[in-house]
Design a protein around this ligand. Structure first.
Ligand SMILES: [Zn+2]
Length: 246
């Protein structure tokens, strides 16, 4: 009876592709995305999806920590991420989480919790939601890991990174902007144990400055951090002899 009802609902209200907004029959296991849009996703190749943290992270990061990036910041995901961020099209978060989930499964990297790069409370009030938190929540469900986004907070409001073009300015802009509150209500033991690995989710990565600064308090608390970026603004990154992206 329930299956029949579901089929009827699908006939009357077919799923709508999160990218092109046309009714679609999603491929097996995928949230609403048509096959055409799925084929057009600018997924990164295996050699590009796994990358070192930028040099600015060196003072704090663990040597094995990496950044995983899923797509190039190109169409059709580019406009979809803008719609997710500014135009309340929050179902796109589910699609992005599925793409990240498949990337994680492919790389076989393991984590213990998921967190999102946070917005400052003032910006969160203005926008109503944090797009990276929506992606992190959906990803945590898929990975069956706790979403601990509430423990990482933005303590300083900063001008939007997208308004700054220079790498150094972007780094200065977010320096010291994040704090990690790992205490349980009793204060007896940390909520995330030192030595654990966190998946730290950001929607769009350009220089990696925001991701690095939000990871810094986690590293200082003894955690490993795998950065996880849905889209990379400049995926063609040359790696210097020191192994750093330039
Ligand atoms: Zn489509």
């Amino acid at each position: 009876m329930k299956r029949w009802l579901n089929q009827l609902i699908r006939c009357v209200y077919p799923p709508v592709c999160a990218i092109c907004r046309r009714p679609c029959q999603p491929a097996n296991g995928w949230p609403a995305i048509c096959r055409l849009c799925l084929a057009k996703m600018p997924l990164l190749g295996i050699s590009e999806e796994r990358r070192p943290w930028p040099e600015m992270a060196d003072a704090d990061r663990h040597p094995d920590d990496l950044i995983f990036a899923c797509m190039a910041y190109e169409e059709p995901i580019r406009s979809a991420l803008i719609r997710l961020k500014f135009f309340d099209e929050t179902d796109i978060a589910e699609l992005v989480a599925e793409l990240l989930y498949r990337l994680i499964r492919r790389t076989r990297a393991k984590g213990h919790a998921v967190m999102a790069v946070p917005l400052h409370p003032a910006r969160l009030r203005e926008r109503g939601y944090n797009q990276s938190s929506l992606i992190a929540a959906a990803l945590a469900r898929k990975l069956e890991l706790p979403d601990r986004s509430e423990l990482l907070v933005r303590i300083r409001a900063t001008p939007q990174q997208s308004l700054l073009t220079d790498r150094r300015f972007r780094q200065e802009n977010v320096r010291g902007a994040f704090a990690f509150h790992n205490e349980s209500p009793s204060g007896a033991k940390p909520l995330i144990r030192p030595g654990s690995t966190v998946w730290l989710v950001d929607d769009i990565m350009t220089t990696g400055a925001t991701l690095t600064e939000s990871a810094r308090p986690l590293w200082r608390a003894g955690l490993h951090v795998y950065g996880l970026a849905a889209a990379l603004v400049s995926p063609v990154t040359t790696v210097s002899s020191k192994g750093h992206p330039t």
